[in-house]
Ligand binder design. Structure first.
Ligand code: FAD
Ligand code: UDP
Length: 416
């Protein structure tokens, strides 16, 4: 089992038996939520506010928000210590849910890629092509240009296939190949098509990075939003604590686990690969450093991109803070690596997870899926509904649960 304790030391799944379910357990917690990121915070908030459950949230970090944590740096500029987080979603439900805990500042992210001595719009659009090649194509002419250069392939399996089959090899080499090799330590031909497919190609002059219906940043930052989500009398938060330190000390009935799934099982099938980053934060004595939020460097430097936070947050300040992202193999597990062999290894852990009726796995690392924030929120809201259905079925004595009959992680959330 997880940790040095024998399985018999775990709270039994009927810890709650005999108590009216609408009331929290008087001597312990109904839920132990591991991780105070989006997955953990949504689950805790829902269980506490909608089910009157008593929830203990533990995080091994000293901060709330998981990788979406933000804080003011020494200069007083609001920064994202774990890399730039830009909120965007097509889900009215996700946006409405989070809007209970924050007001928003409308923000549309723009990115330029440094290619052949120019800073060009990324995603590739009409202006990118015209400026790169010194052309004057119209929006109507650009699809034919892409078609002339595309190298059709079927099936489209890899990240190389995904780009070359759409826009051809030259644009692929200039914008995708170097960036992807740096970011993942792998050639695009070794990664699932879904990775580079995150970045579309446009035939218009639209230079926004995202086209989602809702694009906005939490007005007072992510951390403030998390504080409000977790400020429920039924929720206690314990930071600087690995769940293994307390799982046998504090009584709980059901665990919601949002950390890396292979870590939970002590890597019994081998380590799932993750890609990490080193963040270099810099503050400069000037108001603004670059014209847009992020500049990507596909072909130069060891870093992939530079983000200037004041574009994202709208903060007025006489100084400005930037973050440089240096990809690396070792370190915090930031990115699951989408490849068929990794997916197969994940499925072995997922099968193990399904056997554990008292643990629910949710979130980017627990599902080993390259999820954005909104997808994690959508997954957690869905997982909450499944847990509720299970509890209700158990209470009414039904043998089969309706929506969620197992601890299976709700992997594969449709684009939220
Ligand atoms: P996490 O945020 O990773 O939270 C998991 C928490 O569990 C962590 O706080 C961790 O400390 C804790 N934990 C793990 N193990 C234990 C343990 N044993 N005991 C106690 N606690 C434990 N998404 C977007 O939508 N837009 C963006 O612009 C964007 N930019 C990103 C940039 C970077 C560099 C990265 C890495 C991710 C980005 N994302 C972005 C994705 C976003 O960070 C995730 O989708 C989201 O934060 C995942 O939330 P989570 O709760 O699943 O996981
Ligand atoms: N990508 C690229 N060049 C770019 C931007 C992105 O090759 O200028 C590829 C790269 O493989 C990257 C992936 O597209 O990892 C997804 O990009 P995204 O900006 O969504 O990455 P994230 O913000 O999740 O790090």
């Amino acid at each position: 089992m997880n940790g040095p304790f024998p399985a018999s030391a775990l709270p039994s799944s009927d810890f709650h038996a005999g108590l009216p379910r609408s009331h929290p357990h008087p001597a312990g917690f109904d839920y132990l939520v591991v991780g105070a990121g989006f997955a953990g915070a949504v689950m805790a908030e829902r269980l506490a506010s909608q089910r009157n459950r008593k929830v203990l949230v533990v995080d091994k970090r000293a901060t709330l928000g998981g990788n979406a944590h933000d804080r003011h740096d020494d200069a007083g500029v609001l920064v994202h210590p774990y890399g730039p987080h830009i909120f965007h979603t097509n889900s009215a439900d996700v946006f409405a849910y989070l809007s209970q805990f924050t007001a928003w500042r409308p923000y549309e992210h723009r990115v330029r890629a440094s290619v052949d001595g120019q800073l060009l719009p990324m995603p590739i659009n009409l202006d990118t092509v015209n400026r790169l090649y010194g052309l004057q194509l119209s929006s109507q002419e650009l699809p034919a240009f892409f078609e002339r250069h595309a190298e059709p392939c079927s099936p489209v399996r890899t990240s190389e296939d995904a780009v070359i089959s759409q826009i051809g090899r030259d644009l692929y080499n200039k914008f995708f190949r170097g960036y992807t090799r740096k970011q993942w330590g792998l050639d695009p031909s070794e990664l699932d098509a879904s990775v580079t497919a995150r970045v579309p190609t446009r035939t218009t002059r639209d230079d926004r990075y995202f086209t989602d219906t809702f694009q906005a940043m939490p007005l007072h930052g992510y951390t403030r939003m998390f504080e409000r989500m977790l400020a429920h009398p039924n929720i206690k938060v314990m930071l600087n604590t690995d769940y293994r330190e307390i799982q046998h000390l504090v009584p709980w009935r059901h665990m919601v686990y949002t950390g890396p799934i292979d870590d939970f099982f002590d890597h019994r099938h081998g380590r799932l690969p993750y890609r990490s980053l080193r963040f270099e934060h810099v503050t400069l004595p000037k108001q603004q450093h670059q014209d847009v939020g992020t500049i990507n460097y596909p072909n130069e430097h060891a870093y992939t991109r530079v983000t200037e936070f004041k574009h994202l947050t709208g903060q007025e300040h006489r100084q400005t803070s930037l973050v440089y992202e240096y990809p690396q193999a070792e370190g915090e597990p930031y990115y699951p690596i989408p490849r068929p062999d990794n997916a197969a290894l994940y499925r072995r852990y997922r099968d193990d997870a399904e056997q554990l009726a008292h643990v629910t796995f949710v979130g980017r690392l627990a599902s080993y899926q390259y999820y954005n924030m909104d997808q994690v929120v959508a997954q957690a809201l869905k997982t909450f509904r499944q847990l509720v259905a299970r509890e209700d079925d158990a209470e009414s004595g039904c043998a089969t649960a309706s929506e969620g009959s197992s601890a299976r992680p709700a992997d594969k959330v449709a684009q939220a």
